[in-house]
Structures are given as C-alpha cells and as structure tokens.
Design a protein around this ligand. Structure first.
Ligand SMILES: Nc1ncnc2c1ncn2[C@@H]1O[C@H](COP(=O)(O)OP(=O)(O)OP(=O)(O)O)[C@@H](O)[C@H]1O
Ligand SMILES: [Mg+2]
Length: 434
C-alpha cells in the first residue's frame, strides 16, 4: 500500500484532505501535482486499488476521495460502496473516461458525490473538490431551519398536528417514487408547515443518496422504541436536509429490514402524526404487508407509473386491489412520470390519454422526462424543485404537491386509521387467500 503522505492532523481543519485512488501511477502523480498548487487542498495519501483506498480512507478519514472506476482487486464502485458505509464523512468523486449516465448512476447509487471525466483539467479538479467539500454529508443532526431560513424550533407534539399521510408507491421499479416523494415533500414545506419524509423502502431506500444525507441512526432505532416513543429520540434520529426538510432514513443494511414488523412501522407513523403536518412515505416496489399497512393509514396514495405497457398492466392490478380494500377513489392519485412526446411519436411510449382511458382514471400529474435535470439534482444532493422552479419537471412536481395539499383540506381529512391498520397485518394474505 502506498504510504500516507502526511499524518492526519486536527490542527488542519480548514484544509481539504484528499485521498487519490487510481491504479495508474502517472495519473496519481499528475493529480497530486495539480493539487499541490492549491493552498487549501492537501493530498494526504494515494492508493492503487480499491481495497487499498478503503483501508487508507479508514486510516486517514480524508474529506474527499478521488476514485478511479476501473481498477484491479476492488473496482471503484465497490470501494465507494464500502467507503460510504465505513467512512461516511468522506465524499467520493468518481473519475472515469466514460461519462454515460448508466455508469454515473451506478457510481451515484454506490455513494459517489460527483464525477470527473478524464482527462481532468486543473480548474475542473479544484472546482469539484471545493464544491463537493462544501456540500459534504451532514453526519450530525443539523439545526432545523425552515425553507425561509428561520429555525423552526423543537419538535412538539400537539393535538392540532394530525399529519396528512401521503404514500408514494409504484408496482414498477425505477418509476420515480423516490424522485416524486422527495420533491413533493420538499414542495409541501411552507413556513410553519412541518413535513417529514420517511424512507420506507426498507431494503434499498435511496432517500439518503438523493438528498446527500447520512446518519448512523435511522428508522430501525425508532421502530425498536415505538412502544414508548420519546420525541427527543425522534429528534436525534431524524436528519435535516439543507432545505429544512426533515428526513427519517431507512435501514442501513438490507438485512435490517427483515426484523421490522409492518405493524410497528404503522404504529410509528401514527405516533409521528402528532408532530407533523405532512408525512410523506417512500415505499419499495414490493407489495407486502408493509405496503398495505401504509396504504391503509395513508390519506393519499400517489401511484407512479411510466408510460409503458407492463407498468399500466401492473397498476391495473394495484387499482383492483385497492377496490377490494374499499378505498375511496379520491385516495388514489395517478402520476405518470418520464413522459416524452418523442417516444410517443415513435410509439415507444403509451400516450397519456390512452393510459387514462385504460385505467379509467385521470392523472393528477404528468411529469416530463428530463434525465439531465433529475440526475444533476441527485448528484448535488438537492431536490429538482430547488432549481429552475418554472421549468419542467420542477414545475409539474410543484403543481403535484399543490394538488395534494389542496385535496387534503381539513373537511376531507380522513379519521386516523393507524390503529386499525396495525390490526390488519394479514390483510394481504387474506386478500390473496394466503
Ligand atoms: N421525470 C424524470 N425524468 C428523468 N429521469 C427521471 C425522472 N424521474 C426519475 N428519473 C430517474 O429515474 C431513476 C429512478 O428514479 P427513482 O429512484 O426516483 O425511482 P424509484 O421508483 O424510487 O426506484 P426504485 O424502484 O429503485 O425505488 C433515477 O435515476 C432518476 O434520476
Ligand atoms: Mg426508490
């Protein structure tokens, strides 16, 4: 392993500590030379494989890790995944000769914060290192601020707060549930409106990646303590996004999901209702007891699909199930995401009107496809609606949130159904004769 270049020092807090991981010695040297010109950046170590990178990251706790993708031993994506768990305070910048969105998406989902396409110029390198450092993960719970920038105060439980529970679901993987849940939640925020976004995709929740949030604590801690829930604990477990949105992250490891009972999650949501105005819940694709428990207690279920045949067919099944559960139609809100006129023209996507006709529902929102804007927001850990609010798809997402807000006026507000939901743990089994 390449030796650490300088010992870690607490006295150099204002200097950005960089670790370089690349199997090509000349690349490491070039990057080191480029960074040597900058007084506020210090290369604290170099490594030539992903595995060495991981070990050095643990030893040196750098602020930024410049990580090559293709390396022998352990590749950059696996190393990034391991580093995000072992050294969450370090931000990985992926370096690659390719810049295809699939590569970038995989790197991003592994926990990378930004990308540099080789060959890398000095200016690009300095700007990226500094901007990633400025947006480094908020490990500790940040002070709570509202979207107006004013502190919103401590979490208080009150009889006036009976949060509207909005569940976002799709029978289709990758339809845009997390994109819609994060943006709707952020858009529902107003001064004095308390919004909680809960990641209930228990195995592969992406909310933390989308919003660049990490925490050693998550939903599991609250589920364990739900019988005697203390709001100070809730406060400590939640993280606050820079927009002021409060977030309850999902389990850190997929295996943690196994021990979580859906009735306990329902109980938790029910308790949290007294501290918020809106609770937005991002679900996994799986139709299981947890999904049904969340549907039961939701006041609105946002059903997301893309304009494809299998998606429409599967949503039909979900709508039939919801009929069998005797949900009022108003509870179900159809959102068609990733709509492009171009694909419709070449008959590669089903037109919105045809989907609405088939499902006998009007879509409450039609969100255009814009890979660049959506991915750029995710890469920066911000919401799509934080930028270009008058442009698609931000404006459609904001309108969707407004439609949801308007539809849950106090007169319409359903009675809390959580206690009932927790008793209905085996409804799914009964519905399907299991
Ligand atoms: N309107 C859109 N335009 C372009 N890309 C989009 C749009 N909505 C979502 N995406 C992209 O589609 C991918 C999947 O989105 P997202 O993770 O929100 O879906 P999901 O339904 O939560 O997926 P999963 O089933 O993995 O939980 C992401 O890469 C996101 O950037
Ligand atoms: Mg998701």
């Amino acid at each position: 392993m390449t030796k650490p270049l300088v010992p870690q020092s607490d006295s150099k807090k204002s200097v950005i500590k960089v670790l370089i991981v690349d199997d090509i010695p000349e690349t490491r040297e070039n990057l080191k030379k480029l960074l040597a010109f900058e007084a506020d950046i210090e290369v604290v170590g170099t490594a030539s494989t992903g595995r060495e990178g991981l070990e050095l990251a643990q030893e040196l706790t750098p602020d930024i890790i410049l990580m090559d993708i293709n390396m022998p031993d352990m590749d950059g994506i696996s190393a990034t995944e391991a580093i995000s768990k072992a050294v969450p305070q370090a931000s990985v910048v992926m370096m690659s000769v390719q810049s295809e969105s699939d590569y970038l998406r995989r790197a991003m989902l592994a926990g990378a914060r930004d990308f540099l396409t080789k060959p890398i110029s000095g200016e690009e390198l300095y700007a990226t290192v500094r901007s990633v450092y400025d947006r480094r993960p908020q490990i500790a719970v940040a002070p709570v601020v509202t979207d107006t920038g004013r502190p919103s105060g401590k979490l208080t439980v009150s009889a006036q707060h009976q949060a509207h529970v909005i569940v976002v679901y799709s029978p289709q993987g990758g339809a845009g549930k997390t994109t819609i849940a994060t943006n709707v939640a952020a858009s529902l925020m107003r001064e004095g409106t308390r919004v909680l976004l809960m990641d209930c995709d228990l195995q592969f929740g992406d909310v933390g990646v989308f919003l660049n949030l990490q925490s050693p604590r998550n939903l599991v801690d609250l589920v364990h303590a739900v019988d005697d829930l203390d709001m100070d604990l809730v406060e400590n477990v939640m993280v606050t996004h820079e927009s002021g949105l409060r977030v309850l992250l999902g389990p850190a490891r997929p295996e943690d999901a196994e021990e979580i009972q859906s009735a306990k999650v329902a109980q938790l949501v029910e308790k949290l209702r007294s501290a918020f105005d809106f609770i937005v819940i991002d679900l996994a694709t799986k139709l299981d007891d947890l999904a049904i428990a969340m549907f039961d207690l939701a006041e609105r279920i946002v059903l997301v699909i893309n304009p494809t045949l299998p998606a429409v067919k599967n949503l039909r099944i979900i709508l039939n199930l919801m009929d069998a559960l005797q949900y009022p139609e108003i509870k179900e809100m159809l959102v068609i995401n990733k709509v492009t006129a171009e694909l419709e023209r070449v008959k590669a996507a089903i037109p919105v009107a045809a989907i609405e006709g088939n499902l006998k529902r009007k879509a409450v929102a039609v969100v255009p496809m814009d890979e660049r804007r959506v991915l750029a927001a995710i890469n920066r850990g911000i919401t799509v609606i934080a930028k270009d609010r008058n442009m698609s798809p931000a404006k459609e997402l904001i309108t969707l949130a407004d439609t949801i807000r308007a539809s849950v006026s106090p007169e319409e507000q359903a009675q809390p159904q959580g206690a009932e939901a927790s008793k209905q743990q085996s409804r799914l089994g009964r519905l399907f004769g299991g």
